[in-house]
Design a protein around this ligand. Structure first.
Ligand SMILES: [Zn+2]
Length: 74
């Protein structure tokens, strides 16, 4: 990094504590592979998905199971 005030370079150490992002950014940040059928880091091998017939697009399903029983999105 560069300190404009002191006009010198310095080594910046950081900890990435918490982020909210979509899957492609998540892959960039963590190195976890979010492509393919096992994109969810929580479900991993049990990731529920449907591959659309004509576009071959993968749609991830059943992730509302993590919501509380009374949540309006269930
Ligand atoms: Zn999942």
């Amino acid at each position: 990094m560069f300190d404009e005030y002191r006009n010198e370079k310095f080594k910046l150490h950081v900890i990435l504590f918490c982020t909210i992002n979509y899957f492609p950014t998540y892959e960039n940040l963590s190195g976890y592979n979010v492509k393919g059928h096992h994109a969810c880091l929580i479900c991993e091998e049990d990731t529920s998905y449907v591959q659309l017939k004509h576009e071959r697009k993968i749609v991830y399903t059943r992730h509302r199971c993590f919501l509380k029983a009374y949540h309006p999105y269930r």
